[in-house]
Design a protein around this ligand. Sequence first.
Ligand code: HEC
Ligand code: HEC
Ligand code: HEC
Length: 133
Amino acid sequence: MYDKGKIIGGLAVFLCLASFPVWYMAASGKADYRTNHVLPASENQCVESAQYMKEYHMQLMQEWRDQAVRQGDNTYISSDNRTFDINLTGTCFKCHTNKADFCDRCHNYTGTAPNCWDCHNIPPANTPPKVTE
Ligand code: HEC
Ligand code: HEC
Ligand code: HEC
């Protein structure tokens, strides 16, 4: 015999946990939050697809570092065969000209604080007032 009470109780707990992100987002008023990060106006394509960049830019940057620093190879060939100079400051920020309005808007929201800028330069044009939401 199954214990109906326990099954229903267990189901209730499960549903409650499984739906946590939904009601938490609703209750915290973040459900319709937009980071409003600003994409480059003069370019229409990133190094890789936008979807790939959204999900994997951190890994891509690690790969760039390893390739450049450990293997001494500063040329990145994208999956659609375009060639890029491996350079955080000179390449990423050539197109994404405003770190505060682009990188920081997402990172502030997710509480991500990459330490790259302790050593790598942010081009001077890239330092307007910080966005904090
Ligand atoms: C402690 C200092 C330091 C920190 C922090 C740091 N780097 Fe670097 N990085 C360097 C140095 C030094 C080089 C070698 C520069 C050269 O060869 O001209 C380098 C080179 C690189 C390169 C290849 C060349 C270039 O200028 O782009 C990439 C890509 C890179 N780092 C990515 C990153 C990323 C991503 C982060 C943050 C997650 C980071 N680094 C944090 C010191 C640092
Ligand atoms: C040649 C110009 C160019 C370079 C170089 C470039 N980007 Fe992009 N990036 C873009 C454009 C344009 C988009 C928007 C593409 C789209 O919407 O299809 C974009 C999108 C992105 C996105 C996704 C944002 C979103 O919400 O769609 C991230 C993250 C990103 N870039 C990070 C980087 C990083 C990190 C580097 C350096 C490793 C870099 N980009 C180099 C032009 C560039
Ligand atoms: C569409 C939102 C978005 C944009 C735009 C964006 N990032 Fe990120 N980035 C994230 C998220 C989310 C994470 C955290 C992923 C995680 O915690 O695993 C992250 C993580 C990183 C990391 C790794 C940090 C760590 O501590 O490991 C680096 C480096 C980084 N981003 C660099 C950049 C740079 C440089 C730009 C601008 C050229 C940029 N990102 C633009 C969303 C974004």
